[in-house]
Design a protein around this ligand. Structure first.
Ligand SMILES: [Zn+2]
Length: 483
């Protein structure tokens, strides 16, 4: 059969089997019962999942709930570990023992604490459905994505029963992403790579964005993350003998040195660093944007590009983060015991996010040379295991891109560097192509609610996300890399 014929038939088959439940878009709040309007099953499922608190270290109950649902749906469930606080399970189309190359959807079960619950509009662990959204801790990060992945896999179950498919598809739910990953993704990728035989891993990361000022003519841009930043948590300490009575001005007391040093550090713009990953991102964006701006983006070695990025980084800090290491002061402490006595020791806690390829030593020597104070010492509290090179877009990237463009007609898709850390680094370190994508549009209100109060996901996001990943799976399972 010719390629064209093959393509047409495949497209018709795809369109016929695709899961496009139009009625799912017509939904109402739980508080407004109606016999004609139905809340999508995925939203009800997410609501239930959110209502089981799973703060890092306490994932087991939520994991058992999810695993049971997978089993009931007909997936093969395999617990990699189920120790308290380190529960990790896989739910696959075929048993892992089949050895088929595996498309892995990775998500994390754990969530961060809810914080001050009086700031929440709805109780954080209720899973309230209201205003076309599911509310609660984990609704977006990361239970919403897990539900999208699960329903996409469910949509191909019948296909797997009828035909022997070329890939296995696995939902991989892990613990401890919000802490150190040492109870989850890190051990799974390191010790069970052979068991999983991953062809590709798709986890959390980029998403769709609308109305980006950098690309005014492009309606929707989806960033698929190909690399993440690595965290480096530091404690800077100023310790001096100058801790006498505060009524006597002592020039070099610890608090003053601390204020001067930190103000120098935090008020100096971070140098722009163009990594291979951000270069690729800008070139791809340049192609989408077109015109003169597009040409500038396409030439990252040029002087104009550097100027452009510098200007842009100042105006758009979220974008600037993609070209710089980032330093955030997350807290301070001192040994102060009395208002009229200078503290001998003052500490600053820094959350640094490193671009791929930047080492902890490089970051520490940057900080030391900038502050340039012999009274200051630096200690490392925690260093991520990330770093390393990103996944350069290949076959699976193109397929994910096709799936996005099927659901979001006219959208642009680019590879991106994700400005936070994620579990994606661990399988990538094992040589597996790994991408990060929340397959729906995420706006600033939603981004700001992550790890914050009033976290939510739009029900429409769930439905469209399922559509993207259902298309992706059907496409991958009816095609092969050789085509
Ligand atoms: Zn997350």
């Amino acid at each position: 059969m010719t390629k064209t014929g093959n393509f047409i038939i495949r497209t018709i088959v795809l369109l016929a089997v695709l899961y496009t439940p139009a009625e799912l878009f017509a939904f109402k709040d739980q508080s407004e019962p109606s016999d004609t309007v139905k809340i999508p099953e995925a939203a009800l499922f997410l609501s239930e999942y959110v209502s089981i608190p799973s703060i890092s270290g306490n994932e087991n109950e939520a994991a058992y709930f999810f695993a049971k649902k997978c089993e009931e749906a007909g997936l093969h469930v395999h617990f990699i570990s189920d120790d308290p606080g380190s529960v990790n399970f896989a739910a696959s189309l075929y048993p892992l023992s089949s050895g088929k190359p595996n498309i892995i959807f990775q998500n994390h079960i754990d969530v961060v604490p809810a914080g001050d619950t009086s700031f929440w509009r709805f109780p954080p662990f209720e899973g309230r459905i209201a205003e076309g959204r599911v509310w609660g801790r984990g609704a977006l990060d990361n239970k919403g994505l897990a539900v999208v992945q699960f329903f996409a896999i469910k949509s191909i179950l019948d296909m797997a029963k009828e035909t022997e498919l070329p890939y296995n598809v696995t939902l991989l739910s892990v613990s401890g992403e919000e802490t150190s990953s040492s109870t989850g993704a890190m051990i799974v990728a390191k010790n069970f790579k052979e068991v999983f035989n991953p062809a590709v891993v798709i986890g959390e990361g980029g998403s769709g964005m609308e109305n980006l000022s950098i690309a005014p003519k492009v309606k929707q841009i989806f960033g698929i993350s190909i690399a993440e930043k690595e965290h480096l948590w530091l404690k800077l300490t100023w310790r001096t003998e100058n801790a006498g009575h505060t009524s006597i001005a002592e020039e070099n007391n610890s608090t003053l040195l601390f204020v001067n040093g930190l103000s120098k550090l935090l008020n100096t713009p971070m140098p722009i660093i163009i990594t291979p990953e951000s270069e690729l991102m800008m070139k791809s964006l340049g192609r989408e944007v077109g015109g003169i701006v597009g040409k500038v983006m396409n030439n990252p070695d040029g002087k104009i590009f550097q100027k452009f990025v510098k200007k842009y980084a100042v105006e758009n800090p979220e974008l600037g983060d993609l070209f710089t290491n980032k330093i955030t002061l997350s807290g301070v402490s001192s040994n102060n015991q009395s208002m009229n006595q200078n503290s001998s020791e003052v500490n600053a806690y820094l959350d640094c996010r490193l671009l791929p390829g930047v080492t902890a030593d490089e970051m520490i020597s940057y900080i030391c040379s900038l502050i340039n104070d012999p009274e200051m010492t630096v200690s490392v509290i925690s260093l991520g295991k990330g770093g390393g090179k990103g996944t350069m877009p290949e076959f699976f990237f193109d397929k994910i891109s096709d799936a996005i463009k099927y659901e979001f007609q006219g959208a642009s898709v680019i590879p991106m560097l994700f400005p936070a850390s994620a579990d994606n680094v661990y399988f990538r370190q094992e040589g597996v192509p790994v991408y990060g994508l929340n397959p729906f549009i995420v706006d600033y209100e939603q981004i700001n609610a992550i790890h914050n109060y009033n976290e939510f996901i739009d029900i429409e996001d769930l439905v469209r996300g399922i559509s993207v990943y259902s298309f992706l799976l059907k496409d991958l399972l009816t095609t092969s890399e050789e085509d």
